[in-house]
Ligand binder design. Sequence first.
Ligand SMILES: [Zn+2]
Length: 292
Amino acid sequence: MGKILDRLKVTENIRVSGNIAGMVVDGIPVQIDETKEGIRLSVVCSLGFFKSIKADIDQDCKEQNIRCPYYEGMKAFFFIANDGAFDIVFPKVKNVIAKYLTEVKELECPICKRGYCDTAAFSGPYFLPVHRACIAPGKYEDEEKSGGIGMPHLLIGILICIGILLINFLFLIAMDRQMSVIYILAGAGGAMYIKSKVPDISIPGKIIYAIFCVASHVLFPFLTVAALMAQNRGIAFGEMISRWPTVLSYALSGDNFFMLLCIAGGMALGLWSIFTNKDLGKSSTKNIILPL
Ligand SMILES: [Zn+2]
């Protein structure tokens, strides 16, 4: 947890989880993320409300010569580059929220689609008004616990890993063993895809991917070496496969050191990518709940 969130914890009614925090300003949920670019303040609101906020903030920032880039969308984003600027912009954000209070109050609960919300909580990536009853156990919090196995995305991730290995196989047959460097990308490529789609993929999902990742990293190099040996000896590929102990002993020989190194690296990177969880804070945003 960074300096600013640490400090806000003392002065504001704020709930922090990792590098994400939620607070309520005059009955409006405000999300605070610590990003590499700086502190990001987000308010879920209509485009009309966002434009009003933006005009006010722009005016104030211009006067004080503060850089405050923003993004438009469903939410209002305010990027504050550093600690000093945060102290100037944060009160302004709070002021405009107070000023446009009624417009934001009209937001409906994303779960039941009705108004008169009484609680601020995360629904997916957004900190917004909901009903306490709507986030009761079993309705919303359970979904937040884990993204599950995410089967369709898991399968696509496995296919990406196998696809890259297949491309590598074709390159190695047509060219030379320097192309083994592509092995580095296969496992991590599939894992990155899965995690971009299912950030909280469950442990069984990770294990399924890991098994396919390791198995394909053994199978494809074996097939590649068999194909190369069949080419050299002028015999059929199937014939070479049937002499698998010969293929295996040659595959593991010093001749293939670079390839083996790349495979080991690719396998390790694939496993590391699927098992590490950079956004640990996000997985526990379900604990960030405040009354409005
Ligand atoms: Zn509701």
